[in-house]
Design a protein around this ligand. Structure first.
Ligand code: F6R
Length: 249
């Protein structure tokens, strides 16, 4: 079943509310975090709810899904900068508790295996937040990625680079490579919340609904996870059968 909200603002409040509840019940939770346009209203709502409820975030830890190779954390389009801008700075977060892969690591291989190990050493991810690319990628696990992959370096699809060029200045090239948590790292999370909004994701969601579990559509792996919630706005859900959708309140 897909949980469908009529508008993005209400959806963002719901998703942020799930994160708040997770932290309230288990303040030392390990969250898996995503970036991208989908998450901007979610983090804005999360900040509002944290402030309104004076929620203690000091024990929460997090691991972000991915980072561009070649962008330092100070580059404005890096995912490190995104997280500081949308969440971490406002909460005075300790960078030692909140992890983003190092896009400028001298040894990318070591950086990747250390990242997967650090997730395990933290006790694993309690709740993983995911967006989805139009080609079905989660993190930057592009079509064809093996389901048993751990954190690794990837070459981005041209379509992904084109989609993400909206975040870069005109004429500035989107990096061609990235580090991403692997599909197995994502599947190891105890609970997963995938969010998709806007008409550009409607065909992607229809493909998910109709597809078998196949590496050609990376997020179809989620069909094998026992605790996944898929939360959509009406635009992203428009090609799904009504019988598969539940209206969010
Ligand atoms: C970002 C990430 C990606 C995005 C996906 C959707 O950390 O892991 O998988 O979630 O590319 O991006 P938006 O939300 O910009 O459509």
């Amino acid at each position: 079943m897909y949980l469908v909200y009529s508008d993005t603002a209400t959806l963002a409040d719901f998703v942020a509310g799930v994160l708040v509840e997770q932290i309230r019940t288990r303040p030392e939770s390990v969250l898996g975090l995503a970036t991208g346009g989908t998450m901007e209203p979610v983090y804005a709502s999360l900040l509002r709810q944290i402030r309104q409820q004076a929620l203690d975030m000091s024990r929460m830890r997090s691991f972000n899904l991915d980072e561009y190779i070649g962008l330092s954390a100070s580059h404005p389009q890096s995912y490190g900068a995104y997280m500081r801008q949308h969440l971490f700075d406002a909460l005075g977060f300790d960078p030692w508790r909140h992890h983003v892969p190092d896009g400028c690591a001298a040894d990318v291989q070591a950086c990747c295996s250390n990242y997967s190990s650090a997730i395990r050493a933290a006790g694993g991810i309690d709740l993983q937040l995911l967006g989805v690319g139009r080609n079905g990628h989660i993190g930057f696990n592009e079509p064809g990625t093996p389901f048993d992959s751990r954190t690794h370096a990837v070459t981005l699809d041209e379509r992904t680079r084109l989609d993400n060029s909206r975040f870069f200045a005109e004429g500035e090239l989107v990096p061609g490579r990235a580090i991403t948590m692997g599909l197995q790292d994502i599947m190891d999370a105890r609970e997963i919340l995938l969010v998709a909004t806007g008409p550009a994701k409607a065909a992607t969601m229809a493909a998910y609904h109709e597809s078998a579990t196949t590496p050609a559509l990376p997020f179809s792996v989620l069909k094998q996870h026992p605790r996944v919630r898929i939360v959509l706005d009406a635009a992203a859900a428009q090609l799904l059968p009504a019988s598969a959708c539940v209206r969010g309140e």
